[in-house]
Ligand binder design. Structure first.
Ligand code: TRP
Length: 334
């Protein structure tokens, strides 16, 4: 059996936040000790909904690199790469586009939801509709077997595997490799306002590099149970953001369970719960903030790390592209 290869990526449209951390960064930090791992800064993909603002994308590449190091990804164990510097990816995308129908792309539930959320109904960029195909190129170009992602990315992996099967059937042999997800054991983290998703564009995030004071403010402004008016009132834990975060981050599960019971009975105030969460997030994020600052103090070194990984990735992805072309007989000039 082939040794596992992990690939993940992030769109560089802003700084990474604790939703990214529980959804995927945490798994990557663990995985890097056991597996070959590539982490891609997906700037091409980020342009599919930021075509009007390329500076937003290019301006966040090193911010995301700094976030990776802050979260604990180690350049000696994880290979970082930049999507736009890997020409094999758009080439593979062009070939795969012929194996996918527009109707199939329009049925992708994540793309569908994003189109609605971004108000693209009447002005959908063509690149956005086909970004799952470009993501299939990312995944297959590294022969990734495992992809640590949030749940919203499952349709992308399904679509990638469909392309793999179709291509392999077409050429009559196993040229491309299917992948499987590595899902987080924590569900999706809500925003601090209680909305279903933590997202930069909703302004409800806690970023990995946030100052101590900004974290405190975010925690104390957090959405709880709107009907829990007096400390003595029984409170609701379901849908209560503070408890969702305590579940995701607090190491002492027994303590959290006991607090939930107390909150439900009444007699436990929001302030005490928020204080506990604040302490827990401060101790998680303080070392990340320090590593982030240190990383950004030497942008030349950050760029060097990214370039070094990208060179390796260029060789690997070019080899897969060559095999794909060869399998299709596109090898007039070998
Ligand atoms: N679509 C992913 C996201 O928005 C980013 C991404 C791009 C990715 N290419 C990838 C994730 C390849 C996993 C594998 O978060």
């Amino acid at each position: 059996m082939q040794a596992p290869i992990i690939l993940t990526g992030d769109r560089p449209t802003g700084k990474l936040h604790i939703g990214h951390y529980v959804g995927s960064l945490r798994q990557r930090v663990e995985a890097q000790h056991h597996y070959r791992q590539f982490v891609m800064i997906a700037d091409l993909q980020a342009l599919t909904d930021n075509g009007h603002d390329p500076a937003r994308v290019s301006g966040n590449v090193l911010e995301v690199m700094a976030d990776y190091l802050a979260a604990g990804l180690d350049p000696a164990k994880t290979t970082f790469c930049l999507q736009s510097a890997l020409p094999a990816l758009p080439e593979l995308t062009s070939y795969y586009l012929n194996l996918v129908s527009v109707a199939r792309l329009e049925r992708n539930p994540t793309v569908k939801a994003e189109i609605q959320q971004k108000g693209f109904e009447r002005s959908l960029p063509a690149g956005f509709l086909v970004y799952p195909v470009s993501q299939a190129a990312d995944i297959t170009a590294f022969r990734a077997t495992h992809v640590p992602v949030g749940e919203d990315q499952l349709p992308m992996l399904e679509q990638a595997n469909e392309i793999v099967r179709r291509f392999n059937a077409l050429v009559g042999r196993e040229v491309l490799t299917e992948c499987q997800p590595i899902l987080s054991d924590t569900g999706r983290l809500p925003g601090i306002d209680g909305k279903a998703k933590m997202s930069k564009s909703l302004g409800n995030t806690i970023e990995l590099g946030m100052s101590e004071e900004a974290i405190r403010q975010a925690v104390f402004a957090m959405y709880t149970d709107p009907n829990h008016l007096r400390v003595s009132d029984p409170g609701q834990v379901e849908g209560n953001t503070v408890f969702a975060y305590l579940d995701a981050f607090h190491p002492d599960k027994a303590l959290v369970a006991e607090m939930k019971a107390h909150y439900r009975r009444g007699g436990l105030g929001d302030m005490r719960c928020k204080q506990l969460l604040n302490d827990c997030l401060q101790s998680l994020l303080a070392p990340m903030r320090a590593r982030r600052q240190q990383a950004l103090a030497d942008r030349g070194e950050l760029l060097r790390l990214l370039r070094q990984g990208t060179e390796q990735a260029r060789i690997i992805t070019a080899a897969v592209l060559a095999e794909v072309k060869d399998a299709m007989g596109l090898n007039c000039f070998p």
